[in-house]
Each structure stands twice: as C-alpha cells, then as structure tokens.
Design a protein around this ligand. Sequence first.
Ligand SMILES: [Zn+2]
Length: 264
Amino acid sequence: MTYQGVLTKMTTEFTEPIQYYLIFENDFIHINQLLDKTIQLEFVGYQCLSCGLNKPIYRQGFCKSCFFDIPQAADWIIKPELSKAHLNQEERDLEYEKRVQLQPHIVYLANSSNVKVGVTRKSQVPTRWIDQGAHEAIEIVEVPNRYLAGITEVALKDFVADKTNWRNMLKNDIEDENLVEWRNRLEVHIPEEAKPYYIANNTETNMVFPVHHYPIKPKSLNIIKSETYVGKLVGIKGQYLIFEDDTVFNIRSNEGLVVRLNIA
Ligand SMILES: [Zn+2]
C-alpha cells in the first residue's frame, strides 16, 4: 500500500492503549495497525499548513511568511501569559484571539520523563497529554481564559519543570509520581487571580501507549536530509513513531512536509 499526503499531527483516541491516526487528504491511516510492519518513508516536498505552497517549513507547519503573519502562530500560542483578548486588545486578529483565548483553559501537571507544568484549552484534554507522551497527568486549575492559565504556569515554573526530556520519554525511563501530592504542594504558589479556580478533588489520568519495544538510544530521523528511510515500526508514543533500529520520527515537528508511505 502507498499513501501520500501532508503531515499533520496524529489524531488520537483515548483508549487503552491509545489509538493513533494519520489523516491525509484521501486517506485515513490507523497507525496502530502498522505495528510490526516495515514502512518506507519518503520526503516529497512541502505544503505550508496555511498558504499550501511548496515552501520550506519554518515552524509549527507554516512557511516563514505565514508564521510571522497568521493569528495561529502568534507569540501567545507558545507563551499563554502574553494573551490579551480578555483586555479586548488585538495582536494579529482579535476575533480569532477571542475565540481561542476566551474559553476554559487548564493548567496541568504531566509526567512524561519528569513532572512538568503546562497549559492547554480544556477541549484539548487529554489530547495534549497524549501528544506529549505523558503516562500520567492531572489538572491543577480550570480558568476562564488563556491569560489566567499563562500567569499560573509562569508562577509554578519556579517550583516545577516546564520542559521534558524526549529521549527519556521514548526510552520509557520514567518514574511514577503521585501527582495529587504534587498538586497539593503547588497550590500555595498559584497566583491570587487564579486561586478561586483551583481543582482540589480530581485524580490522575493514566495513559498507555502502543509500544512493543522501547528504543535504547533514540536517534531522531531527519527525513528532509535522508530523503528516504525504511524500518519496522515497533511503537508509537507522544507524536513519535518508534522503529526497531532505534530511529524515532516526530510527526508533530515535521508538520507541513509532504511524504509518501509505502507499507510492505
Ligand atoms: Zn505559508
């Protein structure tokens, strides 16, 4: 079977284990069914997720000119504390910013290689955790807009990491943490404005990933440079495909690339 299309992050289904789907214009590929099969991956070109042109991807699946222009790539996406729609202030497109920022957001703790704090729209729970390859996560606050989530995250970063180690995540070099205890310890550091939104009574969510074999020394595949790669798929974790020879391919960081998949 051969499939060709532009990469966007895999869609997931929260079952045990997680189900992964790659969506191309004409095909819907259930990646779990490709486990233990040999896959050939070929780089074909680029297709910016905004303008659709065959231009090199700069960041987040967008070409450089789109990245510096469209509302979906503004700074407040990565730095939620810069959100201003709640003040009625425009960054790039106020209507878009209101739609995305003025909705329930969650500040959470997720453990993928270590415990980290993060922000996501409530509608993205547990998708966001799955995308990070977290095996456990818990909500800390549910706030009505992105700004409040952002300032909470910034305050908590002094006491908990905000980065993870993707190699440890993929190697499954992980420890189980009691996230309820972590949350209880962090409560006191939540900013005053967000304190009323603290969630005191929930439990951890646990994620199980479809991995038959974890890599010992994960090496990241640069498909643009190598143009083609062949390997046996042995796992999927976060947004990574894991192959038998320890090669790993991050679908999310390759968004906007047009690839061809040949399944033996
Ligand atoms: Zn573009």
